[in-house]
Write a protein that binds this ligand. Structure first.
Ligand SMILES: NC(=O)c1ccc[n+]([C@@H]2O[C@H](COP(=O)([O-])OP(=O)(O)OC[C@H]3O[C@@H](n4cnc5c(N)ncnc54)[C@H](O)[C@@H]3O)[C@@H](O)[C@H]2O)c1
Length: 266
């Protein structure tokens, strides 16, 4: 085998099944595309019918087969049924990307956030990850192999100027959960890591920044980012591709900053 073929083999996900939550749009969709291009059979779960269908057409036009399922990820019973369906159709699961989350554009001032705002974020960002990870782990344990990647956030590590305390705190909880799961399941060949993006230019984030920051503020922020740009979906998707590859087997319990150096830690 020549060097190029060996490299391709290292990053190949051929024969593997991957599940990406909230994957019909934004980062989830980009991650799904990246893993499908590496040969994985990808399942995308989302609650938006239209976005799911248009994502499926987009994948099929590139010769990539995917499974799509419409469900509300915060409903534990739907989650259980969806997982049963995935296993009955695909027989196995090797990769889980807990991408569902976000600030749901709740107020970013602590004193304006209601208990309901807090609970909605806890359910979507944390409990969906907890419940789904609990469902998939027995399969990964019996395979003696698994790759779990959670979507955390720069906000959850370092705070945020345009997302609120609820978002920051709940992503912090996802980060801590990552470390504990890595601790507990490493001996079963399962790695658990979290990617912590800065602002990534999905359609939603472009709109959010436009509504919450003036063009001058935007430019000032970009000037403070060492690489002088915001992130793109591919920046995150390629990081996830590495973390789920065989080559990343010694990396677990890590919080990987993908923020162009906007915030750094030792
Ligand atoms: N985009 C960024 O700049 C950024 C930065 C840091 C972290 N993140 C994290 O990355 C993840 C993805 O963010 P994004 O910006 O790509 O999101 P997005 O808003 O672009 O897409 C979210 C997707 O989730 C689906 N969804 C929402 N609620 C759902 C539910 N209850 N059940 C099923 N599907 C549901 C939506 O239909 C949509 O397809 C989130 O966890 C977010 O916190 C994003």
């Amino acid at each position: 085998m020549n060097n190029q073929a060996m490299l391709q083999e290292e990053f190949s996900l051929s024969g593997q099944v991957a599940l990406i939550t909230a994957g019909a749009r934004g980062l989830g969709k980009g991650i799904a595309l990246e893993l499908a291009k590496c040969g994985a059979y990808v399942w995308i779960w989302d609650n938006d019918d239209q976005a799911l269908e248009s994502t499926r057409s987009e994948f099929e036009s590139q010769g990539l087969r995917i499974g799509i399922l419409k469900l509300d990820l915060v409903d534990p019973i739907s989650l259980q049924r969806a997982y049963e369906r995935l296993i009955s159709e695909s027989s196995n699961l090797h990769i889980l990307v807990n991408n569902a989350g976000g600030s749901l554009h709740t107020p970013f001032q602590f004193l304006k956030e209601s208990d309901e705002d807090w609970m909605r974020l806890i359910e979507l960002n944390l409990m969906t990850t907890v419940r789904l990870t609990r469902l998939v782990l027995p399969c990964m344990v019996s395979n003696k192999y698994g790759r779990i990647v959670n979507l955390g956030s720069k906000a959850g590590r370092y705070g945020s100027l345009f997302a609120g305390a609820n978002y920051v705190a709940v992503k912090g909880a996802v980060h801590s959960l990552t470390i504990q799961l890595a601790q507990e399941f490493g001996l079963h060949g399962i790695t658990v890591n979290t990617v912590c993006p800065g602002a990534i230019m999905t359609e939603r984030v472009k709109g959010l920044l436009a509504s919450r920051q003036s063009p001058e503020e935007r430019q000032r922020v970009i000037n403070e980012i060492p690489v002088r740009r915001h992130g793109e979906i591919d920046d995150v998707a390629r990081t996830v591709r590495f973390l789920v590859s065989k080559s990343a087997g010694f990396i677990t319990g890590s919080l990987i900053d993908v923020n162009g150096g906007q915030v750094m830690s030792t």
